[in-house]
Ligand binder design. Structure first.
Ligand code: TXA
Ligand code: MG
Length: 324
């Protein structure tokens, strides 16, 4: 199959492909998604096939607005409604009891479903044109780094899917925050740009899931994720990064400018100056670096706000290897 890449003018064609049971990649503000009609089991199976994704890892259903909620969720509790009002469209996924029409192949046999209203205009236009909820994981090969450009998607999906909608670089850069609203208390299953503090302002108390994943609590969390093809380490200090690169000349240091200034290394990649720029650039930096360098040393983010969400991903990329 030849994979075509095109802009906005391909939205209508992408929607038709989805109506015909095909899968297409599309931009969202977080990362690119690989979408199929959420109501078409055969199309959903193609997503798992193209990604090499384990069958027990459920998909998020993307909708254009809250009017579509009834066709995805069995019920929408007050707290969930408030979350959609405050943070949607945007980088938040809410877990609710699934509507009967959503097949179990989307939810990996769970009675719950992840629901997200993305803000990227091309994602919204695609969902509206297709007229259905779109089930979509990130558009990377399973376990790889999520794609934040159409070129990244092509690296992983060339020849496997008919079309990639190109909507430029993803502004947020890491996957959505996932909050489970089906339990006694809201639980954050995956941290993201919408932080625990922001959720707590709307919901009061919010728990963060931190236990070992045994059951299907947050199934994706039990798999290695976000892994570059070369070894990856986190540096707690600029000195630790300098020491590593002095012994490994072909390694690269990926960090924000304040950190990079203090590192003596010949290979450096900047993540800008802020937590948000770090979040936006980290995946692209890792995908670029793995092609050139023999190892990646990334700045260890703090445990505060958005940095904590980036740290969550980098701990997985590095297997928790921290240089002190
Ligand atoms: O930002 C995002 O969320 C991107 C874009 C494309 O929207 N999507 C994304 O999908 O990151 P994916 O499949 O790579 O990650 C979805 C995560 C997985 O860890 C999965 O286990 C979890 O969401 N998930 C989905 N449905 C769930 C459910 N019913 N209960 C618990 N976890 C769920
Ligand atoms: Mg993913």
């Amino acid at each position: 199959m030849r994979t075509r890449v095109g802009g906005e003018e391909f939205t209508e064609e992408a929607a038709q492909l989805i109506s015909k049971g095909e899968i297409v990649a599309f931009p969202t503000e977080t990362v690119y998604g690989l979408g199929a009609s959420a109501y078409d089991e055969r199309a959903v199976a193609k997503i798992f096939e193209a990604k090499g994704r384990p069958q027990d890892n459920p998909l998020i259903v993307h909708i254009a607005d809250t009017d579509m909620l009834d066709k995805v969720a069995a019920e929408v509790p007050e707290g969930a409604r408030k979350l959609f009002e405050k943070f949607s469209p945007g980088p938040l996924t809410v877990i609710l009891k699934k509507a009967p029409e959503i097949p179990f192949s989307v939810t990996a046999n769970l009675n719950t479903v992840g629901i997200r209203i993305p803000s990227h205009p091309m994602a919204r236009a695609l969902i509206k044109a297709a007229g259905v909820g779109i089930a979509a994981p990130s558009a990377n090969t399973s376990k790889r780094i999520s794609p934040t450009t159409a070129a990244h998607v092509l690296e992983d999906m060339n020849g496997k899917i008919p079309l990639i909608l190109d909507g430029g670089e993803c502004a947020v850069g890491i996957e959505s925050t996932i909050v489970d609203m089906t339990k006694d208390k809201p639980i954050i299953l995956r941290p993201g740009a919408i932080t625990a503090e922001m959720l707590a302002e709307v919901l009061g108390e919010v728990k963060t899931f931190s236990g070992e994943v045994k059951v299907a609590e947050a199934p994706g969390m039990k798999y290695t994720h976000y892994a570059p093809t070369v070894p990856c380490y986190l540096a707690a200090t600029a000195e630790a990064a300098s020491r590593f690169v002095s012994e490994n000349a072909e390694a690269v240091v990926i960090a924000r400018d304040g950190f990079l200034e203090k590192v003596s290394a010949k290979n450096k990649v900047s993540l800008g100056n802020t937590a948000e720029s770090m979040e936006a650039k980290i995946y692209s930096a890792m995908r670029g670096a793995e092609k050139i360098y023999c190892a990646i040393v990334a700045e260890l983010p703090s445990d505060k706000g958005v940095e904590a969400s980036v740290k969550n991903r980098l701990m997985k990329s590095s297997g928790g290897k921290i240089l002190y």
